[in-house]
Design a binder for this molecule. Structure first.
Ligand code: 2U9
Length: 339
């Protein structure tokens, strides 16, 4: 038994010389200390020893076992250390290396301006409302007092999905839905994509973006509308911007107006940008037509309201002096990167 223990230790020491990694060390542990290992087998023989031999053999057996365990532990620690050094070497960051230029994305210019406009109206106490791009003819035309034969209803202007379903031509249906679901006071802006069957050219796109606004409450007047839009214009185009309201007609507002701002390039003196007029048209607006209020279950005797609508693409082109709307949709990085 003693020889067997010594030869086992010698055999272990020979074999541990060739062990290089954790897995090989584990195989060795199983071979010597495992359930069917050499040492386990030897220990089974302990029972047959005389009681004189047992203490001495037992002592040798424990020494051999602990030498084997220590030998294995040393290998494991060495292997772990080597793996750590390997990882450290492979993960070493050479801080002198030039930084990899990670291109940070940014918002599309349309959404940069949209956020600016949202902040202005949220600052005035407005809420943001959104709605479906696929709309009913009712919400997009009927509820907005558009006569049955109004040209905007024609296939040449509007994308029909089916007889009474279209791609919305303005975000006004959102205000209709809001007025039908909420009681006044109402102060909302409705931004979103709109679709008109227009040719794609430098100022028109079949898909474009609008922001409309609506206020319905008691005693809302044209003065409230003018004050609101004048304040908006000064915040978006500069504090010394002047506004001009020109009478106009929309089926869903009465009276209606188109609003010009003083040209922020020539300060109204007249230049190429404002085609010499000194003024730039930015939006349309008006007092909500009583028919529209009634259609939405709001009594025009008790409540009044104003509404406005602007083309976000147009406002963005004005602010960034972009001369072609198609830049917004062509994803040319030379264009996009400028923002
Ligand atoms: C309701 C009642 C009234 C929204 C309005 C305009 C005037 C307007 C144009 C801006 C640029 C369309 O994209 S554009 O060509 N819009 O001029 N929009 S008043 O009036 C409403 C909306 C909803 C219930």
């Amino acid at each position: 038994m003693k020889e067997r223990l010594n030869s086992t230790l010698k055999m272990f020491k020979d074999e541990i010389e060739h062990v290089k990694d954790i897995n090989a060390a584990e195989e060795l542990r199983i071979k010597f200390l495992g359930k069917k290992g050499i040492m386990t087998d030897i220990m089974k023989g302990m029972g047959k020893l005389s009681k004189e031999e047992k203490p001495e053999i037992g002592k040798i057996a424990n020494e051999v076992r602990s030498e084997i365990e220590q030998g294995l532990e040393i290998i494991k620690q060495k292997a772990k250390q080597e793996m750590l050094e390997l990882r450290l070497k492979s993960e070493k960051i050479d801080v002198t290396m030039p930084a990899v230029d990670v291109e940070i994305g940014h918002k599309h210019p349309l959404y940069l301006v949209l956020d600016e406009i949202k902040d202005i109206f949220i600052g005035m106490g407005y809420k943001i409302e959104e709605g479906p791009e696929v709309e009913s003819v009712y919400h997009n035309f009927d509820a907005l007092n558009a006569p049955k034969d109004h040209p905007s209803r024609s296939m040449s202007d509007t994308f029909y999905i089916m007889e009474d379903m279209i791609l919305r031509t303005q975000t006004s249906p959102v205000q209709v839905r809001t007025m039908k679901s909420k009681k006044p006071p109402i102060r909302i802006i409705a931004p979103g994509r709109c679709f008109r069957n227009d040719e794609l050219d430098s100022t028109h796109s079949p898909m474009f973006h609008q922001i409309e606004g609506l206020v319905v409450d008691k005693d809302i007047t044209m003065a409230d509308l003018k004050g609101t839009l004048d304040a908006f214009a000064k915040q978006i185009f500069g504090a010394n911007t002047k506004t001009k309201f020109r009478p106009h007609y929309f089926p869903f507002t009465e009276p209606s107006a188109e609003v010009d701002v003083s040209c922020f390039k020539c300060n109204g003196g007249g230049c190429r940008f404002c085609k010499g007029s000194g003024w730039i048209e930015i939006l349309g607006c008006g007092m909500v037509h009583p028919n529209v209020l009634k259609e939405c279950g709001i009594d025009p005797e008790e409540y009044s309201g104003f509404a406005f609508g602007m083309g976000l693409d147009r406002i963005t082109m004005l602010k960034y002096e972009i001369d072609d709307i198609r830049h917004f949709f062509e994803n040319d990085m030379r264009f996009i990167k400028q923002f």
